[in-house]
Design a protein around this ligand. Structure first.
Ligand code: PEP
Ligand code: MN
Length: 360
């Protein structure tokens, strides 16, 4: 990864005001929707207008994008506003159409980054283009090698204006997010490749409008992201995709103003580090709570099974082996035996209490 660091050229993003802001609808729907949204965004700090033309949908039957006609609408945005335009590509045909329409920025979506075949096809189609900006969203699962591997595939084909977009990661269960952010991984990338431009996409992390501000602020203030990609729509409730997470350009403008004001109140470096570590702790604690709740739900099921099968709730041999296994595992991970014993005794007590309640 160090090798990649020497090659990363961030001069393209350093030419723009910071933070670098990309905004626009999840999907292009009509010329009117595109232009209405773009004219509003043109009045704000936004530098790039985004709209998905080809939409990767998890299930068939949903709106899969307006297709190449939408590229002409993006050309109108270029003509009538000061905004650059960006869209998602997922194969060579998309790339060729975007190139023939002079689209300024391409991004590779999370589902595509997951597949080296798709990334290679895109890289091959872009071969030798050292002017186009290509942003790579994180793969669905937190595999740093796969994410940076995509950057390497593009670099090898001569693409030089590169950046990453953190849009969160799939988890089977998340208390707060549609896609769990992984700030630790962002810090790791910053350590390995300090020069690589990283944007944050709070819209796809949150999946709703509520926490966009909070996530955007964290990414810029505590994890040194260079900018944001935020979905906005002139009429979010009527959006054909991701309607829950889209905000109006007006709301976006207010959010950006607040972020800029807060950014100016510069904080001491130690305080920034303190907050970023606290954010990591908070997120681990949330995961711990979710896992504890899942564990106790299984205890309940065990209680019901034992009750109907007339089996004793307390099974000393089983408990002894759970304790031994957990202490060994924890000790290998650097935890103290005393701490592990106390934690597991507490868990056991609670689990027995839950099972006894079922039998009352
Ligand atoms: C999008 O940006 O609209 C999109 C589909 O994003 P992701 O690839 O992050 O799901
Ligand atoms: Mn979307």
């Amino acid at each position: 990864m160090g090798i990649l660091n020497d090659k990363i050229d961030r001069s393209w993003i350093d030419k723009f005001d910071k933070p670098f802001i990309i905004s626009g609808p999840c999907s292009a729907e009509s010329e009117k929707q595109i232009l209405d949204t773009a004219y509003e965004l043109d009045k704000s700090y936004v530098q790039v207008f985004r709209a998905g033309i080809w939409k990767p949908r998890t299930k068939p039957g949903n709106f899969e994008g307006i297709g190449k006609n939408g590229l002409k609408w993006l050309n109108k945005v270029q003509k009538y506003t000061r905004l650059m335009v960006a869209t998602e590509v997922a194969n060579a045909e998309h790339v060729n159409l975007c190139k023939s329409h002079g689209i300024d920025i391409l991004w590779i979506g999370a589902r595509s980054t997951t597949s080296p075949f798709i990334v290679q096809e895109i890289a091959d189609a872009l071969e030798g283009d050292d002017q186009i900006i290509v942003l790579v969203k994180n793969p669905i699962h937190p595999d740093i090698e796969l994410w940076l591997g995509a950057i390497e595939r593009l670099y090898k084909k001569g693409i030089r204006k590169l950046g990453l977009i953190h849009r969160g990661f799939f988890t089977y269960k998340s208390i707060k997010y549609r896609n769990q952010p992984n700030w630790k991984l962002i810090l790791d990338i910053k350590n390995y490749i300090p020069r690589i431009p990283i944007l944050c996409d709070p819209s796809h992390i949150c999946g709703n409008k509520d926490r966009i501000f909070d996530v955007a602020k964290k990414s810029l203030n505590y994890f040194s992201c260079d900018g944001l990609m935020i979905e906005s729509h002139c009429d979010p409730n009527q959006a054909w995709s991701d309607s829950k997470q889209q905000i109006t350009p007006k709301v976006l403008l207010k959010l950006l103003e607040e972020i800029f004001i807060k950014q100016k109140q510069s904080e001491l470096k130690y305080k920034k580090n303190l907050y970023s570590l606290r954010i990591l702790i908070d997120e681990l604690d949330e995961n711990l709570i979710s896992i504890l709740s899942e564990r106790m739900n299984i205890s309940k099921k065990l209680g019901i099974l034992k009750n109907t099968s007339d089996v004793d709730i307390l099974q000393p041999n089983r408990w002894k082996s759970v304790m031994e296994q957990s202490i060994n595992l924890g000790k290998n991970l650097g935890l103290s035996e005393d701490f592990l014993e106390r934690i597991f005794n507490l868990l056991h007590k609670e689990s027995i209490k839950i099972q006894n309640k079922i039998n009352e």
